[in-house]
Design a protein around this ligand. Sequence first.
Ligand SMILES: O=C(NO)[C@]12CC[C@H](CC1)C2
Ligand SMILES: [Zn+2]
Length: 313
Amino acid sequence: VNHAAATGTGTGVLGDTKTLNTDSYSSGYYLRDITKPMYSTGGKIETYTANYGTALPGTLLTDADNVWTDRAAVDAHYYAGKTYDYYYNKLGRNSFDNRGATMKSTVHYSRNYNNAFWNGTQMVYGDGDGRQFTSLSGALDVVAHEITHAVTERTAGLVYEYQPGALNESFSDVLGNLVENKNDPKWLLGEDVTTPGIAGDALRSMSNPNEYDQPDHMNEYRNLPNTREGDWGGVHINSGIPNKAFYNFVTTPGITKDNAGKIWYRALTQYLTSYSQFVDARNATIQAATDLFGANSTEATAVANAWTSVGVV
Ligand SMILES: O=C(NO)[C@]12CC[C@H](CC1)C2
Ligand SMILES: [Zn+2]
């Protein structure tokens, strides 16, 4: 057999040990997961290194003894698998395209690169500069954030500017935290990889967007220019408003994380389109809650109240 599923071990960015799904070949192992349902139609999860350059995807990682020490690669691979599992098992989606597309990640992109992105084809992770960030694949909420950009691109197609762009960002933060599934009352984003020298901080807070200079109500909406300096109309800034709406919804008594995820996912994939505004997200999530739980359900009522609480009516 020239290819067979194997189980390796690896050290993650934070020094933890993880079990990895790898692929054995004649003289070693590939960082390739061939255990997922998508493998029935050829889909895999593969992790590459750019070797500190910017050519993509770079080189598929291999190892002689299936004990993996590239920490950024270990986490990119493991967390991509966890994100696949959430979308498949909880939401019934088979990879980002819902057709079992292979998920490719590249780590060690460029040098001291304080960012991560979906480039339309794959996930890409920088190593950070060791001050602002450590390797960005070291956070499950960040990995799931990036993969959700791919899902959004293939479904609603929310353009990356102004309110649709802020919704795009917010859906990535929402699904990022749902996939991460920590018992984090603050619903932080990127807490595991931001400022490795400082404990307790994060990139964003969904419970209190103001803590990281994001608005949490329409009366604080930031009218910014659609430029790089203007964060494309504030897509990472105004996302605080739909993020706060989701937080208020999911923390309503009787609302579960799984049901909140189903409602937000149904709104994203069935109702939102490329230029949807915040009010359209309000209507889409109310409709999705109505579809799934009924018109006067706890869910539908709580969704409406959550958007009202942030001034989206
Ligand atoms: O929000 C983002 N991209 O749209 C971030 C910025 C830092 C983390 C990696 C990518 C989250
Ligand atoms: Zn993003």
